[in-house]
Design a protein around this ligand. Structure first.
Ligand SMILES: Cc1cc2nc3c(=O)[nH]c(=O)nc-3n(C[C@H](O)[C@H](O)[C@H](O)COP(=O)(O)O)c2cc1C
Length: 189
């Protein structure tokens, strides 16, 4: 396999493209699409989002220290893209995309009702890395769509139609290739 060697750049894909909601008290809620996101700690549950300081959402998140990460699905692909190319300075994204505000439990920022999972977050650290500042946040509460819970209370997240973002494209998730640890699991006879 022969490879070209490129200069430094971002090439970790696929990623989720999440819709992050934020709000200043007394102002309209806003949504920013974020691909630079991920889990950083299991216990306490922590995640990060990296945001350019010029984004309208940046000051809101910095000032309030609160945001909600809303997972996106195939059905929400258009809204996800829209919230990533239009600014809350100019439009009301909840209204334009017909999205519904869902009250949070521990913070003042609403989640997006149409998303199957809403993760309430409080900022713990801000790392000013360069083009993007990384908000490292503690997860306070997780909301899951009850219609994907089975009778035993197991949440079927992978049935919700989750969407991925890879190298500029929104993608559906394909077939299941295995489950955690399957490579070493003994087969039942
Ligand atoms: C798929 C996708 C991923 C994006 N990821 C990021 C990101 O990780 N960080 C960021 O600052 N902007 C990201 N953006 C750009 C912002 O979402 C975009 O500038 C948005 O209009 C900002 O909204 P606001 O001005 O209302 O805050 C992304 C856009 C798209 C379409």
């Amino acid at each position: 396999m022969s490879k070209q060697i490129w200069k430094a750049g971002n090439m970790v894909y696929p990623l989720p493209a999440v819709m992050v909601s934020c709000q200043r008290p007394g102002e309209k809620a806003n949504i920013i699409t974020i691909a630079w996101t991920g889990t950083v700690c299991t216990n306490p549950a922590m995640l990060y989002i990296s945001v350019r300081p010029e984004r309208y959402s940046y000051d809101i998140i910095r000032e309030t220290g609160e945001f909600v990460v809303n997972l996106t699905t195939e059905k929400l692909a258009k809204a996800t893209d829209y919230c990533g190319v239009r600014s809350g300075r100019d439009v009301d994204k909840f209204k334009e995309m017909h999205l519904t505000e869902e009250p949070s439990v521990q913070i003042h920022v609403p989640g997006i009702a149409e998303c199957p999972v809403n993760i309430e977050c409080r900022v713990k650290n801000i790392l000013e890395l360069g083009s993007h500042h990384m908000f490292v946040a503690e997860v306070l509460q997780v909301h899951v769509d009850e219609s994907y819970l089975d009778e035993k209370g197991k949440f079927h997240l992978n049935d919700t139609g989750l969407m991925a973002y890879s190298h500029g494209e929104y993608k559906t998730l394909g077939e299941t290739l295995g489950t955690f640890g399957y490579s070493v699991r003994k087969k039942r006879r």
